[in-house]
Unconditional design. Structure first.
Length: 133
């Protein structure tokens, strides 16, 4: 991945994250908690990909993404540990929303997930702006 590719890929992932946040809010407002939970996770997923792309890393799986964000951003103190836990938790929540029959997401839980996704995306934007992306 070249420097230009890194910047463009990070920008595109940031835009996808923002779109997923809008989708999550729309689905939550429509009373569709499973879709809202899934889209909130994908907002975080794309923001995390933007972080990794900014340093030339292309994760190959959702689990790999979580580990790489931890290794390259949480451990060095660039991303708060609490937001690293948000990424990991939201990945599990998304799997529950998409695959586990009987999973329940209340409106309050979905609102909290969207708020966490917004915080994560905001922090990623702050990190990327300091890097010049």
């Amino acid at each position: 991945m070249t420097g230009d590719n890194r910047e463009r890929n990070a920008r595109e992932e940031t835009e996808r994250s923002e779109a997923c946040l809008r989708e999550a809010r729309t689905l939550a407002d429509a009373g569709l908690p499973y879709g809202a939970a899934s889209r909130a996770y994908y907002a975080v997923f794309h923001a995390a990909r933007a972080l990794l792309f900014s340093v030339g890393i292309d994760p190959r799986s959702h689990r790999g993404l979580v580990g790489l964000v931890g290794e390259h951003f949480v451990k060095p103190g660039l991303l708060p540990a609490e937001l690293g836990r948000v990424l990991s938790r939201m990945q599990r929540d998304r799997e529950d929303a998409d695959y586990v029959s009987g999973a329940v997401f209340t409106p309050a839980e979905v609102d909290a997930m969207i708020a966490d996704a917004e915080r994560f995306a905001h922090e990623v934007g702050r990190i990327l702006s300091r890097r010049g992306d």
